[in-house]
Design a protein around this ligand. Structure first.
Ligand code: 5GP
Length: 317
């Protein structure tokens, strides 16, 4: 499929590269690297994101060139990274474009004209890296920095289940190509806003425990009062998962329309992607997300019940 992707790229000139709304490190890093790879191949390439670049990724090479838009600009093809549908991008106008879908989610879907989905890799960045190599594009320090940051974030700093010797081989190649691990980590893990830390405090003061489950939430009122943005919610769920006897952690973020965004994280025994999928979301076995109707108590009980139905280990208390 990689050969087919390259063939379709070679036959076209003007590209838009995008990822999902509220992009994470893999979405941003892969898109920035992919855009540059296309430019080195002599193509016109614009990286377009519905939500722009979150603060912690703004130091990445090429981040300042990202276009924030609601509608896809004119193009010969759009490359969608990390998306299971055109809707995930929140960009309008994709229906009539030639679409190339590159993804590593097990819940990925064949919605595009060309679909390269490989759930064996830990990050879409690895697929973009393969694309660069097959296209004979030299992976320089800037491209390597984007790809390494994507790999680092999607593996939870090389800690998530699935991280293996191969992951480190890819990381090593990216470091050899010029990525600086300490510098990449610094921007991500030591680049937070004060508002995010205050929001973390608010979320943790809402920590709720039930057997091997833990959940936290933030309300619209808290976010407004603390001056926090949507992107400040990224990663908060991991603090709940960091508790010794917690197997699954859930984060609820109230949306302006009374619905809730849900982030699910598992230490490995429970597959949270099937739970997210049953509410119309998706993701990975250990990290997934969905949206659900409020009020909060209802949202919590529906998710918790679905989790319990999913796993025997969550029933024991
Ligand atoms: P997060 O909880 O950080 O928003 O997402 C965790 C993982 O689940 C990511 O890989 C993300 O792409 C995926 N994910 C989150 N929300 C959704 C959703 O609504 N639909 C799909 N298909 N995947 C999602």
């Amino acid at each position: 499929m990689l050969e087919r992707v390259l063939q379709e790229i070679r036959g076209r000139r003007r590209f838009v590269v995008t990822s999902h709304a509220r992009p994470d490190g893999d979405g941003i890093g892969s898109a920035l690297a992919c855009g540059q790879i296309l430019r080195v191949m002599g193509k016109e390439a614009e990286v377009v994101m519905h939500d722009g670049v979150p603060r912690i990724y703004q130091n990445l090479p090429f981040a300042d060139r990202v276009v924030q838009a609601d509608v896809v600009p004119e193009n010969d093809a759009v490359i969608l990274l990390e998306c299971d549908s055109v809707q995930r991008t929140q960009l309008a106008g994709l229906e009539n474009c030639f679409l190339i879908n590159i993804d590593h989610h097990a819940s990925g879907r064949n919605f595009a004209n060309i679909n390269w989905i490989d759930s064996a890799v830990m990050a879409t960045a690895e697929l973009v890296f393969r694309l660069a190599r097959l296209a004979c594009v030299p992976v320089d320090r800037d491209i390597a920095t984007c790809l390494y940051t994507a790999l680092m974030t999607d593996t939870g700093s090389f800690m998530f289940v699935g991280t293996n010797e191969h992951t480190f081989t890819v990381a090593r190649e990216l470091v050899l190509a010029g990525a600086d691990p300490a510098l990449c980590a610094r921007h991500i893990y030591f680049g937070h806003s004060t508002a995010k830390m205050r929001l973390l405090g608010a979320a943790l003061s809402n920590l709720h425990r039930e057997g091997p489950l833990a959940w936290i939430w933030v309300t619209q009122e808290q976010m407004t009062r603390l001056g926090a943005r949507e992107e400040d919610c990224e990663g908060l769920v991991n603090y709940a998962l960091s508790i010794d006897d917690v197997q699954v952690a859930i984060f609820f973020r109230e949306l302006p329309d009374q619905r809730f965004r849900v982030s699910l994280r598992s230490k490995g025994e429970v597959n949270v992607s099937t739970v997210a999928e049953s509410f119309g979301g998706g993701g990975h076995k250990c990290a997934s997300g969905c949206s659900i109707d409020g009020p909060l108590a209802m949202a919590v009980s529906r998710i918790v019940e679905r989790l319990r139905a999913e796993s025997e280990s969550l029933k024991a208390d």
